[in-house]
Design a protein around this ligand. Structure first.
Ligand SMILES: [Zn+2]
Length: 240
């Protein structure tokens, strides 16, 4: 099982670990602990490097398989053996942009639910840009500016962002979590990681976030699209 160091401290950039398993077909190594975020919840995986003895291995993709995180290495390098000690370092510039973008998406969800009662149904992001889908029948062109002003107000309000890991039964009693379809969590999951933008949004979420909404910077609503009568997609960009 890989210990997910980024879950309680998303600001960690480097770490030491041990190789616990190999996936030779995919040229990947599992580690006993990691700060690399494997893709999930709309947030793409981190990139970076693993250093083993004098060799530096570029990490091109990261994926969670079962309870192990596999780090896919550049195929030009031979795989290290199980038991090797490694030093890891993520591409912090990319990761911090993803943290700011991910928190921007939660601000958008929180504001749209608070102001219009519309629930989010999905989303996807890249560094500094993202899109979210809502059940939002009344979304029209005129609302785009209003939404942009409201979300940037919440950036300026500098809400703290807190992460907690709660027992399943306790999480299932929080009304805000029930609306974000926490009931879809697989039965076997006993611990629920919760990301709270204090006073604005609370979600079961595995991603990495900034510690305060003021770190996000200006969010631009660049476009929206109808995906049917009820389903609407909103596109945002975060300033560089
Ligand atoms: Zn999220």
């Amino acid at each position: 099982m890989t210990e997910l160091l980024y879950q309680m401290d998303s600001y960690l950039q480097s770490f030491s670990a041990m190789v616990t398993a190999l996936d030779e077909e995919n040229h990947a190594v599992a580690l006993d602990r990691t700060v690399f975020y494997p893709s999930g919840g709309g947030q793409p995986s981190d990139s970076g490097i693993l250093s083993i003895a004098d060799e530096t291995y570029p990490v091109i993709r990261v994926k969670k398989t079962g309870d192990q995180v596999y780090h896919y290495l550049d195929s030009g390098f031979p795989l290290p053996g199980v038991g090797s000690q490694v030093q890891g370092k993520i591409d912090w510039d990319r990761r911090y942009k993803l943290m700011r973008t991910h928190t921007a998406m939660h601000i958008l969800c929180g504001v749209i639910f608070r102001d219009y009662g519309a629930s989010v149904t999905g989303g996807d992001m890249d560094p500094l840009q993202g899109r979210m889908d809502f059940e939002f029948e009344t979304l029209q062109r005129e609302l785009v500016d209003t939404i942009q002003i409201a979300i940037n107000q919440e950036v300026m309000n500098a809400h703290p962002v807190r992460v907690k890991i709660l027992p399943r039964e306790q999480a299932f009693q929080i009304p805000d979590l029930i609306r974000t379809k926490i009931n879809l969590l697989p039965e076997g999951i006993q611990q629920v990681r919760v990301v709270e933008i204090v006073g604005l949004d609370l979600q079961a979420d595995g991603g990495t976030h900034v510690a305060n909404t003021s770190e996000v910077g200006f969010i631009r609503v660049v476009d929206y699209k109808s995906k049917g009568k009820i389903n609407k997609r909103i596109y945002v960009e975060v300033e560089d």
